[in-house]
Design a protein around this ligand. Structure first.
Ligand SMILES: C[S@@+](CC[C@H](N)C(=O)[O-])C[C@H]1O[C@@H](n2cnc3c(N)ncnc32)[C@H](O)[C@@H]1O
Length: 319
C-alpha cells in the first residue's frame, strides 16, 4: 500500500489503512474464488519487461523475443484465466488480447479534453484492468490510484503491472462508495462507466467533488439515452440486459446533475451512439455482447424496448 504516502487526508488515513488491511485479509484467503485469479497473477509476475508502450490504442507490455515458445504458451494460458477481457486491447509479449471493448476509442475521445496530468494525483474509479491507467502513463502523473472492487480485475491489473513495473500506478479493492475517505486528495478523477450503476448519482457526484482538490477536474463518462431533454430512464429490471442499472440520463440531464452537485465549468464534450463494432464478442470475451442487448428488429431499441444506449463525456471543475 504505497499510495497512502501520496495523500495527507489525516482524518481518514487510519480508516483507509484499516479498510485496506481488511480487504487484503479477505482477498488473501486460500479459497477457489481468489486462487483462480491470484495463481495466474503470481505466475505472470515472474516476467518483467522494460519494453512497454502505452501511447497507442494497443497497449504493448513486452516484446515477443523476450520469451521462449514454451513461455508464450504458459503466459497465454495464465492470461486466459482472466477472461472475459472487457477492456483493451493489449499485446503481452506479442500475445494479442482483443477485448470486448475497443477502449482506445474512448481514450481518443477523451484525450483532446484532458486536463494536465503531469505530476498530478489521479483516481480512476472503476478502473477495471487498468487500461486507462496505462494510457495515462505517457503524461507522467505523480500517481494514479485505481479503485476496483472486482477481484478478477484487481489481479488482472496487478498481473499486467507486474510486467510493466510502473511504480506510480496502484490498485485497491475499493469502490466509489469509499471516495468520501479521500477529502481533497485528487487533482483529477475519472469516473467512467459507473454512475448509472449507482442508485443516488447526485450524491456520488457531491462526494467526488469533495474528493477533488480546489481547481481539480472530473472526467465523467456514462451510458446515456439519446435526446436533448434533461431526463433519465429508470429501467424496471435491466437495461440492455445489464442488471444493477439505475438512472440512465441524457447528456443534458447528467450535465444538470453535475451543476446541481456543485461542479463549475461543466462541459458535455462528446456524445455518440453505441455500436457492435466498439463492443463485441471476441476470442477473449466469449459471452453475449452489444448485438445481443439490442432488439434484432430495431437497432434503436434495447432488447427490453428502451431507447438504445449512447455514450456521453463530460468534464467539470471544483472552482
Ligand atoms: C462498465 S465498467 C467500466 C470500466 C472502465 N472505467 C471503462 O470506462 O471502460 C464498470 C467497472 O466498475 C467496476 N465497479 C463495480 N462496482 C463498483 C463500485 N462500487 N465502485 C467502483 N467501481 C465499481 C466494475 O468492476 C467495472 O470494472
Amino acid at each position: 500500500m504505497n499510495y497512502i504516502k501520496h495523500f495527507a487526508p489525516q482524518k481518514t488515513r487510519t480508516e483507509i489503512i484499516r479498510l485496506h488491511q481488511q480487504k487484503q485479509r479477505w482477498v488473501n484467503q486460500q479459497k477457489k474464488g481468489f486462487l483462480r485469479f491470484r495463481t495466474p497473477y503470481q505466475a505472470i509476475s515472474a516476467y518483467q519487461s522494460s519494453r512497454v508502450c502505452c501511447d497507442h490504442d494497443l497497449v504493448r507490455l513486452g516484446d515477443p523475443d523476450e520469451i521462449t515458445l514454451q513461455q508464450r504458451q504458459e503466459i497465454t494460458e495464465h492470461l486466459r484465466a482472466f477472461m472475459p477481457w472487457r477492456k483493451g486491447p493489449f499485446s503481452i509479449f506479442g500475445i494479442d488480447i482483443d477485448s470486448e471493448w475497443q477502449s482506445g476509442r474512448k481514450w481518443q475521445r477523451i484525450e483532446p479534453h484532458l486536463p494536465v496530468l503531469n505530476n498530478k494525483v489521479i483516481a480512476d474509479i472503476g478502473c477495471n484492468n487498468g487500461y486507462y491507467m496505462f494510457r495515462m502513463t505517457p503524461y507522467k502523473p505523480q500517481f494514479v490510484l485505481g479503485l476496483e472492487p472486482s477481484v478478477q480485475h484487481y489481479y488482472c491489473f496487478k498481473a499486467l503491472n507486474s510486467i510493466a513495473g510502473f511504480d506510480n500506478l496502484e490498485i485497491d479493492l475499493l469502490g466509489v462508495e469509499h471516495i468520501h475517505l479521500f477529502p481533497e486528495v485528487f487533482d483529477v478523477i475519472f469516473l467512467m462507466g459507473v454512475i448509472y450503476h449507482r442508485s443516488s448519482p447526485v450524491e456520488v457526484l457531491r462526494e467526488l467533488l469533495a474528493a477533488l482538490k480546489p481547481g481539480g477536474t472530473i472526467i465523467l463518462e456514462s451510458q446515456a439515452i439519446p435526446g436533448d431533454e434533461p431526463i433519465a430512464l429508470f429501467p424496471e429490471k435491466t437495461y440492455a440486459k445489464v442488471p444493477g442499472t439505475y438512472f440512465v440520463p441524457t447528456g443534458t440531464c447528467l450535465q444538470n446533475w453535475m451543476i446541481r452537485a456543485g461542479f463549475g465549468d461543466v462541459e458535455l464534450f462528446c456524445s455518440h451512439p453505441m455500436n457492435s463494432d466498439e463492443q463485441r464478442r471476441t476470442e477473449w470475451m466469449i459471452f453475449e455482447s452489444y448485438e445481443d442487448f439490442i432488439d434484432p428488429g430495431n437497432p434503436s431499441l434495447t432488447i427490453e424496448g428502451y431507447p438504445a444506449p449512447c455514450r456521453v463525456f463530460l468534464k467539470g471543475t471544483k472552482t
